[in-house]
Design a binder for this molecule. Structure first.
Ligand code: DC
Length: 228
């Protein structure tokens, strides 16, 4: 089994890097942030406040989440295209504080990592979800760099973008994700820190592949041959 855990704050490019590495190496890509986003989306839709633990628990009792083939399903609906807004980002960060929410995402994440060679990214993969992953990476980039990347991404997509607002949101989510009481974002002692501030996307992808090669050696060579 090869399990690659990638953690780090929002906007570091973890998703696009992990997705590309997965495609090149024949690993299954699992986006755990999408699980929190889908529960955040449901809370927004139903007007459930993340501050009301009881109401969230009640909501979750009737909620089914699944992640399959790069798509996020909420109660059977493919919500992949609906969960990438700023509003849902904050709702996901807000609701992810609650142990009942984390338990639901953790259960699904652990189940997915148990049977497949995965590259899984989030905030607590190397610390809580797969602490014994073969490869553990903590990916960071300066907040200014992350804000600028996001700003350019939005402009390229022809969407409205305000750098200062993006920067503020990044700072707020960083603080919230790393200061919550339960399973906060933090680097696992045995993970490798990868600062991508000065890397291009291709350099970042290669750095992750090099780390996987370095950590898995022979085992990885077999996997790679199969995927090619
Ligand atoms: O990675 P992302 O931006 O899609 O994550 C959205 C939010 O979900 C993030 O702000 C915090 C939460 N999250 C988490 O608490 N634990 C994870 N493993 C992944 C995401």
């Amino acid at each position: 089994m090869i399990r690659v855990a990638i953690d780090g704050p929002g906007g570091t490019g973890k998703s696009s890097i992990a997705k590309e590495v997965a495609a090149r190496l024949g690993l299954e890509y699992i986006d755990t942030g999408a699980m929190y986003r889908s529960m955040g989306l449901k809370a927004l839709r139903e007007g459930v406040s993340p501050a009301d633990t009881e109401a969230v628990e009640k909501m979750l009792a009737g909620t089914e989440i699944d992640f399959n083939d790069n798509h996020m399903y909420l109660d059977g609906e493919d919500v992949s295209g609906l969960i990438r807004t700023n509003e849902v980002s904050m709702a996901a960060s807000d609701i992810s504080k609650l142990p009942c929410v984390r338990a639901k995402a953790d259960a699904l994440s652990k189940q997915l990592a148990a049977t497949k060679n995965v590259i899984m990214e989030g905030r607590d993969i190397g610390t809580i979800v797969i602490p014994d992953a073969e490869v553990k990476i903590f990916m960071t980039a300066a907040p200014e760099v992350r804000a600028k990347r996001r700003y350019l991404q939005l402009l390229e997509a022809g969407k409205p973008a305000d750098y200062d607002q993006i920067f503020d949101e990044i700072q707020k989510r960083d603080y919230q994700d790393s200061h919550r009481d339960y399973h906060p974002l933090k680097q696992a002692d045995d993970s490798v820190l990868l600062d991508t501030s000065d890397m291009t996307k291709e350099e970042n992808i290669e750095a992750v592949i090099d780390l996987i090669r370095e950590k898995t050696g022979e085992e990885f060579a077999g996997l790679h041959a199969v995927s090619e």
